[in-house]
Design a protein around this ligand. Structure first.
Ligand SMILES: Nc1nc(=O)c2c([nH]1)NC[C@@H]1CN(c3ccc(C(=O)N[C@@H](CCC(=O)O)C(=O)O)cc3)C=[N+]21
Length: 297
């Protein structure tokens, strides 16, 4: 299956196909681990009843089923206290049959996101958000890496080749802990020159226009227009923004103005069907990796 489609413009990078490919690999890895008597298991905790989170959690559980990963779903009421949630995490840390723990973000305001992340055993931190994993990534060690940036790297290597990133100028727009910062670390590890832009950056579009690789992770619908992009650049759109249409429906758009940018880019990811599916596939890959590490394989 090819995960890039040649169009009249550049390449449309098919994240769905790339994710399906990765999931096939994960499925084989799961079978190998199972042969060693270990059933990879992912625990997903959702606090409250945000409808978007509900959909994501269901997608994660379905993806796990499809590759043979056992999943445990914990749906806790929005009134759950921080102490109760931390206790649940501790119980899962202590349960040797559980290899991965994911607490769906955002959590209700009365709960500290940081406290929850730090409570997870770093070896079970399949989001790669724990300080120990963040530190390991920043030092270039093999560790559990955040799923979205890891997925972006796989897509970039598909377009540019395994070593094709070396020496290129990558611009990351956005500096979040879950995407921007780990993305910059991975690009640096791939020998890119890396610039990170953010809301306070001066002349952001001019700086971005120097990039061979653009990673858009701002969370604002279509703010990256054609004037931000050098012709021939590879554009990865991490944004997932739900906007209302004139017909009163909702629609998903990225941070990049796709129609304006596609004609000048060498390759570009669509939204939906780009980075999103890779995030879920990456989570499955991390779960097997965690299971393998915990089994000493
Ligand atoms: N602890 C934690 N880990 C996460 O990884 C995490 C989280 N919390 N909270 C929310 C965000 C968001 N996220 C997405 C995953 C897949 C798609 C995805 O598959 N999107 C599809 C479209 C899905 C749709 O139609 O809504 C696509 O882009 O094609 C999107 C978003 C993971 N997150």
């Amino acid at each position: 299956m090819s995960s890039t489609v040649a169009t009249e413009q550049g390449l449309r990078i098919d994240g769905k196909a790339a994710a399906a490919e990765l999931l096939e690999q994960v499925k084989e890895d799961v079978q190998a681990v199972v042969k060693h008597g270990v059933l990879p298991t992912l625990a997903v905790i959702l606090v409250g009843d945000d409808p978007a989170s509900d959909v994501y959690v269901r997608n994660k559980v379905r993806a796990a089923e499809n590759v043979g990963i056992r999943s445990l779903e914990y749906r806790l009421p929005a009134s759950t206290s921080e102490a109760e949630l931390l206790q649940r995490v501790k119980d899962l840390n202590a349960d040797a049959s559980v290899h991965g723990i994911l607490v769906q973000m955002p959590v209700p305001k009365h709960i500290s996101e940081a406290a929850v992340i730090q409570a997870i055993d770093p070896r079970k931190d399949v989001d790669g958000f724990h300080k120990e994993n963040v530190g390991a990534l920043s030092q270039g060690q093999d560790t559990l890496v955040p799923c979205t940036p890891a997925g972006c790297m796989l897509l970039l290597r598909k377009v540019l080749g395994q070593d094709g990133l070396r020496g290129l100028h990558a611009v990351v727009v956005g500096r979040s802990n879950i995407v921007g910062k780990p993305m910059a670390a991975l690009l640096l590890q791939a020998d890119c020159s890396v610039t990170v832009l953010h809301s306070r950056s001066k002349d952001a579009s001019a700086l971005c226009r120097q990039a061979d690789i653009v990673i858009a992770a701002v969370g604002r619908p279509a703010i990256i227009g054609a004037d931000w992009i050098k012709p021939g650049a590879v554009v990865i759109d991490v944004g997932i923004n739900r906007i209302s249409t004139l017909e009163g429906k909702t629609r998903l758009v990225g941070d990049v103005d796709y129609d304006a940018v596609a004609p000048i880019a060498r390759a570009i990811t669509p939204v939906p069907g780009g980075v999103g599916p890779m995030t879920i596939a990456g989570l499955m890959a991390n779960t097997v990796k965690a299971a393998r590490m915990q089994a000493g394989m």
